[in-house]
Ligand binder design. Sequence first.
Ligand SMILES: *[C@@H]1O[C@H](CO)[C@@H](O)[C@H](O)[C@H]1NC(C)=O
Ligand SMILES: *[C@@H]1O[C@H](CO)[C@@H](O)[C@H](O)[C@H]1NC(C)=O
Ligand SMILES: *[C@@H]1O[C@H](CO)[C@@H](O)[C@H](O)[C@H]1NC(C)=O
Ligand SMILES: *[C@@H]1O[C@H](CO)[C@@H](O)[C@H](O)[C@H]1NC(C)=O
Ligand SMILES: *[C@@H]1O[C@H](CO)[C@@H](O)[C@H](O)[C@H]1NC(C)=O
Ligand SMILES: *[C@@H]1O[C@H](CO)[C@@H](O)[C@H](O)[C@H]1NC(C)=O
Ligand SMILES: *[C@@H]1O[C@H](CO)[C@@H](O)[C@H](O)[C@H]1NC(C)=O
Ligand SMILES: *[C@@H]1O[C@H](CO)[C@@H](O)[C@H](O)[C@H]1NC(C)=O
Ligand SMILES: *[C@@H]1O[C@H](CO)[C@@H](O)[C@H](O)[C@H]1NC(C)=O
Ligand SMILES: *[C@@H]1O[C@H](CO)[C@@H](O)[C@H](O)[C@H]1NC(C)=O
Ligand SMILES: *[C@@H]1O[C@H](CO)[C@@H](O)[C@H](O)[C@H]1NC(C)=O
Ligand SMILES: *[C@@H]1O[C@H](CO)[C@@H](O)[C@H](O)[C@H]1NC(C)=O
Length: 368
Amino acid sequence: MVFASLIVSLLLADFVHSDCECGYTVNSTLYTDLLETDFLHLANITSDTDWQPQNYTVTPELARGPYGKNASLSNVVANPLESQYDWAGNGTNGGDAGLQIIVRGGTPQDGLIPMGEVATTREDMLQGTFRAGMKVTATSGTCGALFWYFNDTQEIDMEFLSAEYNATSHPVNLVLQSTESEQAGFNAAGTGTFQVHQLPYDPSGAFHEYRFDWSNNAVTFYADGVLLDTMTQAIPTQPGHITLSHWSTGNPDWSAGPPATDAILTVEYMKAYFNSSDPARQKDWTDRCKDPTAVNATCAIPEVTEPPNGNVSAKTFFFSQQKNETVNQTVYGVVKKSEGVAMELSWKARTDTIMLLLFSTALVMWEL
Ligand SMILES: *[C@@H]1O[C@H](CO)[C@@H](O)[C@H](O)[C@H]1NC(C)=O
Ligand SMILES: *[C@@H]1O[C@H](CO)[C@@H](O)[C@H](O)[C@H]1NC(C)=O
Ligand SMILES: *[C@@H]1O[C@H](CO)[C@@H](O)[C@H](O)[C@H]1NC(C)=O
Ligand SMILES: *[C@@H]1O[C@H](CO)[C@@H](O)[C@H](O)[C@H]1NC(C)=O
Ligand SMILES: *[C@@H]1O[C@H](CO)[C@@H](O)[C@H](O)[C@H]1NC(C)=O
Ligand SMILES: *[C@@H]1O[C@H](CO)[C@@H](O)[C@H](O)[C@H]1NC(C)=O
Ligand SMILES: *[C@@H]1O[C@H](CO)[C@@H](O)[C@H](O)[C@H]1NC(C)=O
Ligand SMILES: *[C@@H]1O[C@H](CO)[C@@H](O)[C@H](O)[C@H]1NC(C)=O
Ligand SMILES: *[C@@H]1O[C@H](CO)[C@@H](O)[C@H](O)[C@H]1NC(C)=O
Ligand SMILES: *[C@@H]1O[C@H](CO)[C@@H](O)[C@H](O)[C@H]1NC(C)=O
Ligand SMILES: *[C@@H]1O[C@H](CO)[C@@H](O)[C@H](O)[C@H]1NC(C)=O
Ligand SMILES: *[C@@H]1O[C@H](CO)[C@@H](O)[C@H](O)[C@H]1NC(C)=O
């Protein structure tokens, strides 16, 4: 019996073609897909097809502020490190390296405050763990946001209001938008799914990891791996996308502002591990994953923990930067794109060779 199961497990182990082919885990929770972006080493956001820098305007009325919003590509700026071997320091444009998402200071043009935003191309994210390394602005009068979005009543938000900061207070606003918040004019304050938590540090002073995990029955929020809140109402049910946004409408009750000078939110990385609502991606997973219990079929997602015990290696770790840990995943990012193409080409190449063989065999037989 033991011998038989050993043989079975050896046979199954043989089916593991590449590490993590069944997905990525947080304890026993498995996610099949991933999207990882290393903004510290990304030279051009426009060339990263995982992300769409946003270009839109919102009127003051719809923005519910004295001012409207003008999101443009010029306010999303890649500022990579000089060296691919470094993991901290100033970017090539000066200042903190990473993706800069900017709210422009001074008098708004046309009643609109210039702002920046990027959203993921993928809109099939249905439950997952979503993590961003960010340093928010110290310039008063903006809202920096990491959020997942389906529609105005299915949304998971972590929002940082720079006007709220002083020497002793550094809150983060955690929100699940809901039909209740919609009924209150998109003011979640009176609902059960709006919570304000004090961070034990100044989030404009250094980079920290902000994270939310969304499962069937809860959304949990974290800062540097420390649990901030668990919400069990208004849990989203539909698939959506991730957005990183930095904006201001001058509304004294929320973003305040406009900021006196340019305000910069800097993002070091985004790491999202999630399940997909897309039948094509689900089929990819069933093709890839023969046995989730086989050795290395699933990989544990490293935890970032709070300094001074913080795990620097976890922060700089990307499955997509390992040789064998994202094989046959659909990723659009700069690095993986070429690998994906290479894989597709080699597969095509093999098919072509077979066709050529069949064709020449047929030709030979015809000649005979
Ligand atoms: C990736 O997918 C291709 C095409 O479906 C398949 O031939 C190949 O074996 C897969 N590679 C791995 C490592 O699973
Ligand atoms: C990829 O991972 C599989 C499964 O763990 C392993 O058998 C294989 O040797 C790895 N290949 C490379 C190139 O690392
Ligand atoms: C994972 O398990 C550890 C150890 O039991 C626990 O401390 C941690 O809260 C769990 N994490 C999640 C996201 O459930
Ligand atoms: C994600 O999808 C996989 C494959 O269908 C499933 O095994 C896993 O339980 C799902 N994870 C969650 C959190 O639902
Ligand atoms: C960034 O990438 C886009 C799209 O690939 C390209 O059109 C543009 O010229 C690039 N910009 C720079 C500064 O390299
Ligand atoms: C941004 O949107 C405006 C208004 O729709 C359009 O005129 C402009 O060409 C767009 N810019 C880019 C870079 O897509
Ligand atoms: C929005 O900002 C862009 C970039 O600064 C600018 O070109 C455009 O004219 C602005 N749009 C409006 C309606 O003010
Ligand atoms: C990094 O950038 C900041 C802000 O631009 C500047 O004050 C500082 O001197 C720079 N540090 C280095 C080592 O270049
Ligand atoms: C959001 O989507 C849900 C599910 O489809 C729907 O019930 C709800 O009315 C939508 N909310 C808005 C504001 O459209
Ligand atoms: C900081 O802000 C908090 C919350 O608004 C307030 O209670 C506190 O008095 C402020 N502290 C200082 C030093 O301004
Ligand atoms: C599992 O993955 C680790 C880390 O990539 C590797 O060192 C080890 O050889 C793998 N084990 C098997 C059985 O492939
Ligand atoms: C730090 O992360 C690495 C990479 O995932 C992991 O191997 C190691 O156990 C972690 N160390 C601590 C102290 O959490």
